[in-house]
Design a protein around this ligand. Structure first.
Ligand SMILES: [Zn+2]
Length: 173
């Protein structure tokens, strides 16, 4: 079954979420001038077209294109993005936020989201984790299960003064 093989690949990817992370180079687009940001938007589109710095299969950490100043952690299978979540951490306040983890439909329930959140926690010890809120009703069980025993529990919390409040544009899925 091709679909079962794909899902098995997604489960394997979830298992290496703490290890196989490619960090994309480049500056923080939010820190650039307006003209620079326009150029960065254009380059971003080209980058997307070329899939530059994207692993064929693995995890990628890069600046979020939807939320200025946020990072994005994404999973790829055979060059296709199958999962992504935006996050940011304030070391001064020891607070972290994650927003809108989204998984391509056929890879849901393979553990990608939980593995990505666990990897971010392990890379950022001592951080209390939150979301900006606005969970859809159908995602409440996910947050309860993934937040159990976690400092902060992924409960709603507004950004601290040092971090970015932007909720970003609507995701394409
Ligand atoms: Zn702060």
């Amino acid at each position: 079954m091709a679909i079962e093989e794909d899902r098995e690949a997604a489960r394997s990817l979830a298992a290496v979420a703490r290890l196989a992370v490619v960090r994309a180079s480049g500056g923080n687009p939010a820190a650039r001038t307006l003209a620079g940001r326009g150029r960065s938007w254009l380059l971003g589109r080209m980058d997307r077209a070329r899939r530059a710095e994207r692993p064929g299969t693995g995890w990628r950490d890069s600046w979020s294109r939807e939320r200025p100043g946020w990072r994005e952690r994404a999973a790829y299978l055979s060059g296709n993005e199958v999962f992504s979540v935006d996050y940011q951490v304030c070391r001064r306040c020891r607070l972290g936020w994650v927003e809108q983890p989204s998984t391509v439909a056929k890879y849901r329930r393979c553990g990608l989201a939980a593995a990505a959140l666990a990897a971010l926690r392990s890379e950022n010890p001592g951080i209390e984790w939150h979301t900006l809120g606005g969970h859809l009703a159908d995602s409440v069980p996910f947050w309860i299960s993934v937040g159990a025993g976690i400092p902060g529990g992924y409960t709603q919390r507004d950004p601290c003064p040092h971090r970015h409040a932007e909720r970003g544009l609507n995701r394409f899925r």
